[in-house]
Design a protein around this ligand. Sequence first.
Ligand code: OGA
Ligand code: MN
Length: 292
Amino acid sequence: MTLSLKPLHPLFAAEAGGVDLTQPLPEDAIRAIDAAMDRYAVLVFRGQPLSQAEQIALAKQFGPLDAGLRKATGAPTRFQYEELIDIGNVALDGTVAGRDNAKLVGVLANQLWHADSTFQDIPVKYSMLSAVVVTEEGGETQWADLRAAWDALPEKTQRHVEGRMARHSAFHSRLSLGDDRYSEEQLMRFPPVERPLVHVHPGSGRKVLYPSVHIDRVSGLSIPEGRLLVAELLEHATQREFVYTHTWRSGDYVMWDNRATLHRGRRYDLSARRDLRRTTTLERPAARAAAA
Ligand code: OGA
Ligand code: MN
């Protein structure tokens, strides 16, 4: 097995080939993909349509799966597996969801810059999106390289943000879109979590600037100052030079590292069918100390 890699952007993101994703991956292929993820953070595989079962089996080879926000909303799924996360605009009955369908809030919130599930206490690692039906126009997905964003941050700003904690809240971005249908119980299921605004990416050892629309407060600052700082950092991190834009084809499979990138979807005509399914892995359980 030789994993082929062709860079898609000067800083990160590569098109990967040479593997059949429908088959169990040999250990050396998994190691090669992990190494490529540590370098590129976004890998695009073209022409790999997957059944739901194949998608689950593939994702599990990279770690235990996480069901995301549905753990709190308990929204019903149109898929055969609980761990498949719905990134489409398709209703439970298979038709394109109408404008009044509550699930569209999630679709729209995905158009704001974020990393997946940073609002939960158990950190996630990879997200992997399989494209079933894509739109003719719009509906691209963009990723921003947060390691490059850190490197390019003026030193004075680096000093201003390093050491601060950011509070990530599951419903902040949805509330900001005017969606306030959540019960106290749902809100309680995802209490906000504190994460450093700058962290070290374990796979590359590089520093990562980590802003997100999920952040509603920054330590040591008033709420408005913190939100303005996050807006400023988002603006910095998502400048053109740090962003790769992916135009989807049906059968694409894209995986990314949520600890090194932000992403967002782009606007599309919601009456056109867009059907993508995601899996997300948890960071592998930490290795036990040698002395244990
Ligand atoms: C996701 C996501 C954006 C899009 O799959 O996690 O945010 O383009 N997707 O749909
Ligand atoms: Mn997402």
